[in-house]
Design a protein around this ligand. Structure first.
Ligand SMILES: [Zn+2]
Ligand SMILES: [Zn+2]
Length: 124
């Protein structure tokens, strides 16, 4: 893998926001993660804060190893669709299969991403 802006230089990280590969010269490090530009650094920082709040809210990752933003995002959407499904279920008095199956799909995605990241050791 090579740097997005310097094709001749080997990349050492991937921007957490736009997923571009970055070399040592382009790499920006922050507590939230790697990024490629000031703009991305800001987005990564904001996303990180949002995820931290969401994780606290849903108790995701409490006492566990840190999960990646991608996994947290899928879990977040999964929970969201399930919540929506349950809301529709209560309102209509019939089980909302659409919301539940989309929510489940996101949970499956989260699991899939989680395990593939574990295998490859790459976290986005
Ligand atoms: Zn970027
Ligand atoms: Zn570079």
């Amino acid at each position: 893998m090579h740097c997005f802006t310097h094709p001749e230089t080997a990349a050492l990280a991937v921007c957490k926001y736009c997923f571009k590969a970055v070399c040592a010269a382009c790499h920006r490090d922050s507590p939230a993660g790697s990024s490629c530009s000031a703009q991305c650094e800001k987005e990564v920082e904001e996303g990180h804060q949002m995820m931290t709040k969401a994780k606290k809210l849903y108790g995701i990752g409490a006492g566990q190893k840190k999960i990646s933003n991608a996994v947290a995002m899928y879990l977040f959407f999964g929970a969201g669709f399930w919540g929506l499904g349950l809301f529709t279920t209560l309102r209509q008095g019939a089980f909302d299969w659409t919301g539940a199956s989309i929510g489940t799909l996101f949970f499956v995605f989260a699991l899939f991403v989680f395990y593939s990241e574990k295998k490859s050791g790459v976290k986005c």
